[in-house]
Design a binder for this molecule. Structure first.
Ligand code: FAD
Length: 483
C-alpha cells in the first residue's frame, strides 16, 4: 500500500469541502489513507507533460481493484462529481486536466499482471501496468509487447489515447493490439468487451469505442493485449541525408516497396543538434533517419540492403550501424528523449508539440511546406516524426511568458493543422484531443461531433467522466479550460 503525504488538517478540510462533504466521507470510508487532498499530489495529478496550464482535482484516489473503482464511480454519480482517470500523466493535450475539479482516479496501484498465455501470444493486465513492466515480465517468453510511445506510460492510459509510437509502422497502434477490456462505467457498472479470440464479428466493437475515448466514457481497469514474437535478428542504423526532401522521399519509397521496416523515424538537423547536446552523441547535424529492421538474420539483412539502395539514391551516405543491444538502446533512448532535448535548447522554455498525420503520398509536400513556414515564422521548432505512418511533430520551443511568441506558435499550429486537413489528414496522429485540440476536431470532423455527443450522453448521462474533453458539451459552448 502506498503512503500518502499528510497535509495540515485545515488544508485537507478546505480542499475536501470542494467535494460534497458526504461524497468525501463515503470515498474515504472506502479507501482510508488511499484518498488524498495533499496539495503536492493534486498538483502532480493536474499537470501533464505539455505546455497546457494545470487544473487540479479536488482529491486523488488510489484504488487497488475494479470493485473499488466501481464503488467510487457510483458515489460520484450520486453526488454528480467529475471523475478523471489517471495513468502516468504523460499525455500532451491537457487530457488529464481536472477542468471542473473532482476526483482523480489514479490507476497506478492497479499494476498486476493477470495472465500470460504464451501459446496464444496474449496477456491480460490491470490498467496501471506500464509498457516497460510488461516487457520486463515477459522477457523470457520469446514474446514482446510492441507499442512504444517512448514514455513509460500505463496500458490504461495508452489504450485511452489510442497511443502509437516508433514501432507502429510494423506492429500497429493500441487499436490493433487491444483485444478486450474491463471497463467501469460512470454509474459503477462493470462491462467486459472483446474476448481472447484474434478476431470477432460479435456485435458493436465496444473495445474500439473505449480505445481512444480518453476516459470520457468509462474507466478501463483491465486490458487484454496481443503480443508479438521477438524477432531472431534486430539491427538498427542511423542515416544522415543532404536534404530533408531526400530523407522523406526515402521513407515514402521504402513504404511503397512494402519493406517491413520495424522503425523509421525522422529527425531534422535542428533536432539532431538538440539530441547530440542532450544525450552526448555526435551524429552529423543533418536531416536523419533512424531505422530498425526485424526478422530472421537473412530477412533483416535483405531489408537493410534494399533500404540502403533507396537511401543512397537520395544522396545519403552509408548507414551508421548500432548492432549491440546497448548501442541500440542508446539510439532509441536518444530518440525518445527528443522532446526533452528540444526543450533544453532554451533555458526555461516549454514545448508546444504538434501532431499531424497525413496520407503518405502527401508527406513530402506537407513537411517541406511546414519547414518553409517555420523558417518564415522565426520560431525555434525542430521536426521529428514517425514518418512511416505519415505522422510528424513540430516541437515549438516557446518561452511561456512571451505572449507574442506563444501567439505566433499558436498561429503556426493553426496553419499546420489546416495544411494537414487539406491533405486529407488529421490534427492528431497519436496524442488525442484532450482540451487542447477541441477546436481542431470540430474543423476536422464537423459532422461526427453530434454523434460522439449522443454516445457520451447514452453512456455517461450526467457527464461526469473526464468532462470538457474531446468536444464541447453543446454546440457553441466555450472550449473548457481555454483562457
Ligand atoms: C517524451 C514523451 C514522448 C511521447 N511519445 C509519444 C508517442 O510516440 N506516441 C504516443 O502515442 N504518445 C506519446 N506521448 C504521449 C503519452 O505518452 C501517451 O499519450 C500515453 O498513451 C499516455 O499514457 P499515460 O498512462 O501517461 O496516460 P495519462 O496521461 O495519465 O492519461 C491520458 C488520458 O487517458 C485517460 N486515462 C488514463 N488511464 C485511464 C484508464 N485506466 N481508463 C480510462 N481512461 C484513462 C486520462 O483520463 C487521459 O484522458 C509521449 C509523451 C512524452 C512525455
Amino acid at each position: 500500500m502506498m503512503l500518502l503525504p499528510k497535509e495540515s488538517a485545515t488544508k485537507q478540510a478546505n480542499s475536501a469541502m470542494a467535494l460534497a462533504p458526504g461524497a468525501f466521507t463515503e470515498i474515504e470510508a472506502l479507501l482510508g489513507n488511499r484518498l488524498s487532498t495533499s496539495m503536492a499530489l493534486r498538483e502532480r495529478h493536474g499537470q501533464d507533460e505539455s505546455y497546457h496550464p494545470s487544473h487540479l482535482p479536488d482529491v486523488v484516489a488510489f484504488p487497488t481493484s475494479t470493485e473499488e473503482v466501481s464503488s467510487i464511480a457510483s458515489i460520484c454519480t450520486r453526488y454528480r462529481i467529475p471523475i478523471i482517470p489517471f495513468g502516468a500523466g504523460t499525455s500532451l493535450e491537457g487530457n488529464i486536466a481536472a477542468l471542473q475539479g473532482g476526483v482523480c482516479i489514479d490507476l497506478g496501484g492497479m499494476n498486476r499482471i493477470i495472465a500470460v498465455n504464451v501459446d496464444d501470444m496474449d496477456m491480460r493486465v490491470e490498467a496501471g501496468v506500464t509498457r516497460k513492466q510488461i516487457n520486463a515480465h515477459i522477457k523470457d517468453t520469446g514474446l514482446f509487447f510492441p507499442v512504444d510511445p517512448g514514455a513509460d506510460a500505463t496500458i490504461g492510459g495508452m489504450a485511452s489515447t489510442r497511443a502509437s509510437g516508433t514501432t507502429t509502422v510494423r506492429y500497429g497502434t493500441m487499436r490493433d493490439n487491444v483485444l478486450g477490456l474491463s471497463v467501469v462505467l460512470a454509474d459503477g457498472r462493470v462491462v467486459q468487451t472483446g474476448t481472447r479470440a484474434r478476431k470477432s464479428a460479435a456485435g458493436y466493437d465496444l473495445t474500439r469505442l473505449f480505445v481512444g475515448a480518453e476516459g470520457t466514457l468509462g474507466i478501463i481497469t483491465e486490458v487484454q493485449l496481443r503480443l508479438q514474437s521477438v524477432p531472431q535478428a534486430i539491427t538498427a542504423a542511423v542515416c544522415p541525408f543532404p536534404t530533408l526532401e531526400g530523407a522523406v522521399t526515402a521513407v515514402i519509397q521504402t513504404i511503397h516497396m512494402g519493406i517491413p521496416v520495424a522503425r523509421i523515424e525522422l529527425l531534422d538537423e535542428i533536432e539532431v543538434r538538440a539530441v547530440n547536446r542532450f544525450s552526448n552523441l555526435a551524429y552529423p547535424e543533418q536531416p536523419t533517419l533512424f531505422f530498425e529492421f526485424h526478422g530472421s538474420e537473412a530477412s533483416a539483412a535483405e531489408q537493410a540492403e534494399l533500404v540502403g539502395e533507396i537511401t543512397r539514391g537520395q544522396g545519403a551516405s552509408e548507414f551508421q550501424w548500432a548492432t549491440r543491444t546497448e548501442d541500440r538502446n542508446r539510439l532509441w533512448q536518444a530518440r525518445h528523449d527528443a522532446l526533452y532535448a528540444a526543450r533544453a535548447l532554451r533555458a526555461g522554455a516549454k514545448v508546444m508539440i504538434t501532431d499531424v498525420c497525413v496520407p503518405i503520398s502527401k508527406l513530402t509536400a506537407c513537411i517541406l511546406e511546414t519547414r518553409a513556414d517555420i523558417d518564415a515564422s522565426g520560431l525555434m521548432a525542430p521536426i521529428v516524426g514517425h514518418v512511416g505512418d505519415g505522422n510528424f511533430h513540430v516541437l515549438i520551443v516557446i518561452m511561456p511568458d512571451d505572449s507574442l511568441e506563444v501567439e505566433r506558435a499558436m498561429a503556426f499550429n493553426d496553419r499546420l493543422v489546416a495544411r494537414a486537413l487539406s491533405a486529407g489528414g488529421t490534427c492528431t496522429g497519436e496524442h488525442g484531443i484532450g482540451y487542447g485540440k477541441i477546436g481542431y476536431l470540430e474543423r476536422e470532423q464537423p459532422g461526427a461531433i453530434d454523434l460522439m455527443r449522443a454516445i457520451k450522453q447514452a453512456v455517461d448521462p450526467h457527464c461526469i467522466m473526464n468532462p470538457s474533453k474531446i468536444f464541447r458539451a453543446a454546440t457553441g459552448a466555450p472550449v473548457a479550460g481555454k483562457t
